[in-house]
Design a protein around this ligand. Structure first.
Ligand code: NDP
Length: 403
């Protein structure tokens, strides 16, 4: 029975808080704070209607460390779950240290002025968390998050070593809009317009953004074009599975999405450096975010499924030679919406955030310092995925991927 404070009242925060309320034996008291209190109140109202549980709400600027520290001390949670934006990771970690509480997030820190997805800023907090006797759990969403737990589960139960790893992220959903992103547009567009990087031969190899395309037939979705891109779990996977010869991340995008993004890039709307407009400094990408649909508003119209998983090839644990396994979850947008009022991209992130929080609060995962999700026993997390709305399947493939 523990108190938790969630920061960030977007789609992911909404799902996490709903699922925490549905697991009230673990999450006895839930507080939700965000920049805009009215968004917290709307989530609290939905949680009350759906589950009967109460959620306390607060306005906070998570970049104001003294104010956030004071709020955490006043609420007194055991854990802060950061579901705001990656820009706030370090200030929230600072406030957790100052207030003496554990920390969890789903996306690694990014500086606002350069699209760089790297763990070193957060790994640098290792000594401070260890000396304070606190735990920071990084990357407890789907990707990063479940995709890394999938890899570690395969390493525990199927493969002695993983030589090749491909993470395939397919969103087969259709929201009926000409162009919209399924999670925060600014973060999403920064991610997909950054150069692609994959791990090969002990180093990262960089290629132009969206330069490598492959068609793949996804179960319950059908054939889709997917593009190789950089994703932050490649860095932690390469660290915690040191024998990896190659690791790649793929995400599907429709032709209309690519066309819109290409035009927006060509006209400069995805720039993250300031420009002067009518005497005022604006960041084009932030302005673009303001005119695009809010991801949370897409839930009621999104139909179709997500299909996200890992394909891993390596030496079988049972000594039967090299084997390839495909482990994945398929999530239905409409089913997710019916349960929490949010589409599947928020759902597939918010549920693992809740499960990671449950692992910390129940003491199933313990430790002092900064940890990536790959460092813990995957089994209890995998068991909760099955009972909390994200069931997974594993199958053996006849051969490694042919591309
Ligand atoms: P949204 O943009 O919908 O929500 C983010 C929320 O954070 C908003 O409610 C916003 O404010 C709040 N916020 C922003 N800045 C501050 C601040 N300074 N202080 C307090 N609150 C702030 O994003 P999503 O819900 O789609 O995504 C949330 C997080 O999840 C992101 O970090 C994203 O990168 C991550 N993510 C991870 C995935 C994974 O699989 N690992 C997949 C998808 C997302 P306001 O209250 O004003 O609205």
């Amino acid at each position: 029975m523990s108190k938790v404070l969630v920061i960030g009242a977007g789609g992911v925060g909404s799902v996490a808080v709903h699922k925490m309320a549905m697991n009230s034996a673990i999450f006895a008291e839930i507080s939700l704070a965000s920049r805009t209190k009215s968004k917290c109140d709307a989530i609290a109202e939905s949680v009350k209607t759906r589950t009967g549980q109460s959620v306390d709400t607060y306005a906070i600027d998570a970049e104001d460390v003294p104010a956030l520290t004071a709020l955490i001390k006043a609420i007194g949670p055991k854990l802060v779950v950061n579901l705001a934006l990656p820009y706030q990771d370090l200030t929230i970690m600072d406030a957790c240290l100052a207030a003496g509480v554990h920390y969890l997030d789903t996306a690694n820190y990014e500086p606002k002025d350069v699209a760089k997805f790297e763990y070193h800023w957060q790994w640098a907090y290792q000594d401070r968390f260890r000396e304070a006797g606190l735990m920071a759990l990084l990357g407890s969403g789907f990707d990063p998050g479940v995709t890394s737990v999938f890899a570690m589960w395969l390493k525990k139960h199927k493969l002695k070593t993983i030589r090749l790893l491909d993470i395939l992220d397919c969103n087969g959903g259709d929201h009926g809009q000409a162009f919209a992103t399924n999670f925060n547009p600014e973060i999403n567009i920064r991610e997909v317009t950054a150069p692609a990087r994959h791990w090969e031969g002990g180093q990262f190899v960089e290629t132009p953004a969206m330069g490598v395309k492959q068609s793949f037939d996804f179960a319950e979705v059908g054939p889709k074009n997917m593009y190789m891109m950089y994703h932050e779990e490649l860095e932690s996977l390469a660290k915690f599975i040191p024998e990896l010869e190659r690791a790649r991340f793929w995400m599907t995008f429709g032709d209309a999405y690519i066309q819109h993004l290409t035009v927006l890039q060509n006209v400069g709307m995805t720039r993250i450096d300031p420009v002067i407009y009518n005497g005022v400094e604006i960041i084009p990408l932030q302005f673009l975010k303001a005119v695009l649909p809010e991801p949370a508003s897409l839930g009621s119209t999104t139909k179709g499924k997500t299909n996200i998983g890992d394909i891993a090839t390596g030496e079988a644990l049972d000594g039967s030679g090299e084997k390839t396994f495909y482990i994945k979850n398929i999530c239905d947008h409409e089913v997710a919406f019916a349960e929490t009022g949010n589409q599947a991209v928020s759902y597939t992130t918010g549920v693992p955030a809740m499960i990671g929080a449950a692992m910390v609060l129940t003491g199933v995962w313990t430790g002092e310092g900064v940890f990536n999700i790959e460092q813990f026993d995957p089994d209890p997390f995998m068991a909760m995925l099955n009972t909390q709305g994200l069931p997974w399947t594993v199958e053996e493939l006849p051969a490694p991927l042919g591309f």
